[in-house]
Design a protein around this ligand. Structure first.
Ligand code: ASP
Ligand code: MG
Length: 427
């Protein structure tokens, strides 16, 4: 059987952990499998490299940043190969480019367009264990080295599993799998034994950091079974795969998990003339700046017939990533006179809390239960958005933990066995 195993930064934080990972990889190989390993940079290496770049240059060119950041994964790949060789097995490390990970040319956020795994396959045929540096590839057009975005080693692993037709893809991390909430906030959170792609997608999109969003999108598209588990224990983990609740006879949970996200900010454009085309213009400007927005709320017009200065005007609020805040404000301010709004209010002291579950498709009352729990916990709701299987609210940053715990209890997800967090700084 062919398997892909991915180890994250916290699983290879130092020399000892690299040797521990090597033993695990060798054990898989000795069970008779063909093993491809995808590795992240050691510990917080990527952040440290970014800090270093900032000290040298305030605005490094993206091409050079990618040259720099990809060294983190090269380092751990070579070190892991050495450790495996010392255990008496042949291992070969490959950069993303050598492994055939072909991407778009967008530095810092390139997309995989093709995988040409010839070198991996021939190494496997030679009986080698193949170690691939995660999170990187090579641009099809410029032939430059690219990175796939923060946390994207998961995506490398799933893409390789698909291209190599692996039986499954194991993602090793510092917790025992996907939990009903972040165990760092909710100690009573439970491991989810299996979860469907759809729910996992919503969890990842709602801030659950366990799996990279694009990795889940890729897994769903290519139907790759993903096993998320801890590199610090032998516990069973979480399977992300196709699930037919009816077929398995399993009871479909109402809510599978509670996710939270502290990375967003809210922009309110105050006093927008309530005229056709203004919203289109505002979000056109935001899109032009290459910024994704999440939630959007437009208020009813102020004082429609009053004739005062705010009469016939409305406020439009939206959320976006904090890292895009300054860019969005600058782009909108530049069009202030043209659009005719009064001012922009920026708030990054917010958080988003979401409850996710395919069960809500068939069960009414989920929203009421969620909001009642928030009310009982004294949490004020600022914005609301929903999908077919998700309800999200924006709340003040300092009550995110309270809101997550309240929702978790309200949907009876609390267990008595505390979850274990093995490592990781959560940075
Ligand atoms: N080392 C990269 C990062 O920290 C990629 C990864 O860990 O998946 O974002
Ligand atoms: Mg990392």
């Amino acid at each position: 059987m062919r398997v892909v195993q991915k180890f994250g930064g916290s699983s290879v934080a130092d020399a000892e952990s690299i040797k521990r990972v090597a033993r695990r990889v060798v054990a898989t190989k000795e069970r008779g499998h063909e093993v491809v390993v995808v590795i992240s940079a050691m510990g917080d290496t990527t952040d440290e490299l970014l800090d270093l770049a900032k000290q040298v240059s305030p605005h490094p060119r993206p091409r050079e940043l990618d040259m720099l950041l990809t060294t983190g994964e090269r380092m751990s790949a070579a070190l892991l190969a050495m450790a495996i060789n010392d255990l008496g097995h042949d291992a070969r490390s490959l950069t993303g480019s050598q492994a055939g990970v072909i991407t778009t040319g967008q530095h810092g956020n390139a997309r995989i367009i093709d995988i040409t795994p010839g070198r991996i396959v021939s190494a496997l045929e030679d009986g080698d264990i193949v170690i691939v540096a995660g999170f990187q590839g090579v641009s099809q057009s410029t032939k430059d080295v690219t990175t796939l975005g923060r946390g994207a080693s998961d995506t490398t692993a799933v893409a390789l599993a698909a291209a190599l037709d692996a039986a499954y893809c194991e993602i090793y991390t510092d917790v025992d799998g996907v939990f009903t909430a972040d165990p760092r906030i909710v100690p009573e959170a439970q491991r989810i034994p299996q979860i469907c792609y759809e729910e996992m997608l919503e969890m990842a999109a709602s801030g659950a950091k366990i799996l990279h969003l694009r990795c889940v999108e890729y897994a769903r598209r290519e139907r790759v079974a993903v096993h998320v588990r801890s590199s610090f224990s032998d516990k069973p983990g979480t399977w992300v795969k196709d699930m037919e609740y009816e077929e398995t006879g399993m009871e479909q949970p109402l809510i599978s998990g509670v996710a939270h996200d502290r990375s967003e900010a809210k922009i309110t454009v105050v006093g927008v003339p309530d005229q056709i085309g203004k919203a289109a213009r505002i979000f056109g400007i935001i899109a032009q700046a290459d910024i994704n927005v999440d939630m959007i709320v437009q208020n009813i017009s102020h004082d429609p017939d009053g004739g005062g200065p705010m009469s016939g005007r409305t406020d439009i609020s939206f959320t976006l990533g904090q890292d895009n805040g300054a860019k969005a404000i600058a782009a909108l301010e530049a069009a202030k006179d043209e659009i005719g709004f009064a001012e922009i209010i920026y708030n990054d002291a917010i958080g988003k809390v979401s409850v996710i579950g395919v069960g809500m498709r068939t069960h009414p009352g989920v929203t009421a239960r969620f909001f009642a729990a928030l009310a009982a916990a004294g949490v004020n709701i600022d914005m609301i958005s929903t999908s077919e299987i998700r309800i999200s609210v924006v709340v003040a940053a300092d009550v995110v933990d309270t809101a997550v715990r309240a929702a978790h209890s309200a949907f009876e997800l609390d267990s008595d066995e505390p979850a274990i967090v093995y490592a990781g700084t959560g940075r």
